[in-house]
Write a protein that binds this ligand. Structure first.
Ligand SMILES: Nc1ncnc2c1ncn2[C@@H]1O[C@H](COP(=O)(O)OP(=O)(O)OP(=O)(O)O)[C@@H](O)[C@H]1O
Ligand SMILES: [Mg+2]
Length: 358
């Protein structure tokens, strides 16, 4: 995929700006607080439907303004596309794809495919399992709509099941209700787990190779916390687990098993990165995972997504910078920095000052 133009109107510190991008490397250069991250944020927003910082829509609208519009023109193997997003302080946002209104965010997901990396993404390694599940969910949804629908369905059933568990006081009819919801939950859980396992299987091989390329002597492993057993299907295994733990769930009053509790485990040379890896090692693993994701998505949709790299260069030594940037010339990459490194590669430079292109 290749973004041709992005137009920002009253978005963050951009009053009225149009930015043309080229294939390959695009450096977004500027001093601190000029709008470099805001630009990447706007692109991510049109891809995923929400801000990577989890900002609310009204926080994205320029101070003292009530509305904002973001428009993007991009090329895919299926032809040229256009997305427009209208943000409103008092109303829900509206989105148009190729000038047609869409009704649900699920219709937007997967249209413009991007992979985003910022220093914040270290949370993928360091923080709580929820961050890693979000990574799985956002990544897989970009190329598999049925996964996204199953996720939404799962969350609905889970919520209903948890409500019943919370209100249960040895009431027989509620216990019957719980019995009704459990098979539905397991049915959807199995689909989600299967897809996640398949995704991790693809990702781990590619990530291992890229990681060796960058680090030379470290061995990265990536695994999903749930391991399928040999003689029993995932569905039957989950049925077993739920049956064995009825009392535990009744006591704790929430659903204790299923994909909403799963995790990804990253290891370097057999040591869990979360507890043993250095800051630099964790950073490298997070970046490698995003680069591997570029390849996985390409395999699935037939073309590379656009790579958005926020502030990565300042954290890498020049040898790693060079290896990374060379890799990034294969696809369209937008990379923010305060100073362009000394490199022997073709690139496009976009200088930003106070929300304007210089
Ligand atoms: N809703 C908004 N309206 C106007 N300005 C905003 C809004 N939200 C954020 N800003 C401003 O946008 C500015 C630029 O932010 P951004 O994060 O894009 O900077 P940056 O160029 O990435 O800087 P750095 O190099 O420090 O990462 C910030 O100073 C912030 O105050
Ligand atoms: Mg920034």
């Amino acid at each position: 995929m290749k973004i041709d133009t992005i137009k920002l109107n009253n978005f963050r510190n951009y009053k009225n700006t149009s930015i043309n991008l080229k294939a390959g490397l695009n450096f977004i250069v500027g001093k601190n607080a000029q709008g470099k991250t805001n630009l990447l944020e706007s692109i991510y927003l049109l891809s995923v439907g929400k801000s990577p910082k989890n900002s609310k829509d009204k926080q994205l609208i320029m101070f003292n303004e009530t509305k904002s519009k973001i428009e993007i023109d991009f090329e895919t193997i299926a032809g040229k596309k256009n997305i427009q997003m209208y943000l409103d302080k008092t109303n829900k946002k509206a989105i148009k794809i190729n000038n047609l209104n869409i009704l649900k965010i699920t219709e937007l997901v997967g249209c413009l495919s991007v992979v985003f990396f910022s220093p914040d993404e270290l949370k993928l390694i360091k923080e709580v399992p929820e961050d890693r599940r979000t990574f799985l969910d956002v990544s897989i949804s970009q190329f598999d709509k049925s996964y996204l629908y199953n996720l939404i369905k799962y969350e609905k059933i889970l919520k209903q099941r948890n409500t019943i568990l919370k209100s249960l006081d040895s009431d027989e009819t509620k216990l019957e209700q719980l019995k009704l919801f459990t098979p539905q939950l397991i049915d959807t859980a199995e689909k989600i787990i299967k897809k996640r396992l398949e995704f991790i299987e693809n990702l781990k091989k590619i990530a291992k190779n890229i990681h060796t390329l960058i680090t030379i002597d470290e061995n990265l492993s990536v695994d999903y916390s749930y391991k399928p057993k040999e003689n029993i299907s995932i569905y039957d295994d989950l049925v077993d687990t739920f049956n064995k733990n009825v009392d535990k769930e009744l006591e704790l009053k929430y659903t204790c098993f299923g994909p909403h509790r799963d995790d990804i485990i990253f290891k370097i040379n057999d040591l869990d990165c979360k507890y043993y890896a250095s800051q630099g090692q964790q950073r490298t693993v997070a970046l490698v995972i995003k680069l591997a994701l570029m390849e996985v998505i390409k395999k699935e949709i037939g073309e590379y997504p656009v790579l958005l790299l926020d502030d990565v260069l300042s954290e890498l030594d020049s040898a790693r910078q060079n290896r990374l940037l060379k890799l990034c010339t294969q696809f369209q990459t937008l990379i923010t920095c305060t100073k362009i490194p000394d490199i022997d590669l073709n690139y496009n430079k976009i200088k930003i000052e106070n929300g304007k292109i210089i």
